[in-house]
Ligand binder design. Structure first.
Ligand code: HPA
Length: 245
């Protein structure tokens, strides 16, 4: 099948660009806080568009700017979009460096995004296929609900308490607008959090961006293996059928 795959890389995961064959950088904005970059190339003979350094709500950007990568992906024929992020883990079973497939979300951003009706971005079939892939690769893929906070601060104890009580498994400051907009545009979405730190009301530590970047790098092996397998099996995901191997 002929289609393009988009991948939005979260903090600390930029190294994935080395997986691209015939890698070409087609856009850079080094002035932005997260150093925006768009690259193209091939993996398993699929055309890939790789995005790193996304724009966040907490940087003061409007919805158009926040959704720039997804809009670019849509206009350039992406049919499957893998969206990754760095996130704090609330679920007590999680460890730093775990990967979590997002199966639902809670949105605390106070911006209107151009999405209309009832969206079903997190499909059961997609989740089943990813479970299957992770088992074959021996990767402990967690599943859970992600909350998008406005930031820029990491969560207070009260926020941690609140989110835990309402069943949130991981928290970050991105992804939800991208998931909703991509889904609205008919793009199949896979959203994965890399758990870079653990949040607990009892913890005395303070999360900082350097810690998040370092943990993102340490989860890189699992992340890259998982994403490579997703690309290898993307025909299955696009056609939404489950076949053995
Ligand atoms: N909170 C919000 N965003 C994050 C976190 C966190 O603990 N870790 C990485 N991104």
């Amino acid at each position: 099948m002929n289609y393009k795959i988009g991948i939005i890389l979260g903090s600390g995961l930029g190294g994935f660009s080395k997986e691209l064959l015939n890698c070409e950088t087609i856009f850079t904005d080094i002035d932005s806080f997260h150093k925006m970059k768009i690259m193209t190339g091939r993996i398993f003979d699929k055309e890939i568009i790789l995005f790193s350094g996304r724009r966040h709500y907490y940087e003061g950007y409007n919805s158009e700017k926040i959704l720039e990568f997804v809009d670019f992906a849509y206009r350039n024929g992406v049919k499957l979009l893998i969206i990754s992020n760095a996130a704090g883990g609330l679920n007590r079973n999680f460890k730093v460096s775990d990967l979590m497939l997002i199966t639902s979300h809670l949105n605390f951003l106070k911006t209107r995004f151009p999405v209309s009706g009832n969206l079903l971005p997190y499909e059961n079939k997609t989740s089943e296929i990813l479970t299957d892939i992770s088992l074959r690769k021996n990767i402990n893929l967690r599943k859970g609900s992600y909350c998008c906070m406005p930031g820029p601060n990491y969560e207070t104890k009260s926020e941690i308490n609140f989110l835990s009580k309402f069943g949130i498994d991981a928290v970050g400051m991105s992804t939800v607008p991208e998931v909703m907009f991509a889904s609205e545009k008919g793009i199949k979405v896979i959203a994965i959090s890399c758990i870079t730190n653990l949040l607990s009301v009892n913890s005395t530590g303070i999360t900082d961006h350097t810690e998040v970047l370092e943990a993102g790098k340490s989860s890189y092996r699992n992340f890259s293996e998982m994403i490579l397998s997703v690309i290898e099996n993307s025909d299955l995901l696009i056609s939404n059928e489950i076949n053995a191997d």
